[in-house]
Write a protein that binds this ligand. Sequence first.
Ligand code: ZN
Length: 174
Amino acid sequence: MAQLPILVAPDPRLLKKSEPVVAVDSEIQQLMADMLETMYKAPGIGLAAPQVGVLKRVIVLDIAPEGEAPAPLKMANPEIVWVSDDDASYNEGCLSVPEHYADVVRPAACRVRYLDEHNEVKELAAEGLLATCVQHEIDHLDGVLFIDHLTSLKRNIILRKLVKAKKLGAGVPA
Ligand code: ZN
């Protein structure tokens, strides 16, 4: 397994639409394993392949609280097949938008169809944090970040701060 570098916004690769996976083969299984390792180390509760520069429709999640047994989910070609009428608001963050959080409103529950790591079609009913997380990760596969759900004013403030932080980080050491 290998830890992969996580792209930070603004980055054009985070705005691209990812390609569906033809089948979950050993290459995709390796990608899923590497993404999970990267996510746990970050630490985070979800990661989408474009965040590590791979434009494939693959996401991993684990919303198990710290101290409890891990509950990793690995999904290829995840597709939302149903959403609830009622919405929920969560204070979201993102490994590609470090140190920024904002309330995002999404459907409170959803059903997701996907290919698991054995290339089998599965369906998952999600609510609460899991529903939020899976919708956030699927957004990444369509080039959408959580800040795109905010007003353009709030979004631009965060983007400007990220650009500034990147410039400081890339500065020549004194
Ligand atoms: Zn994210």
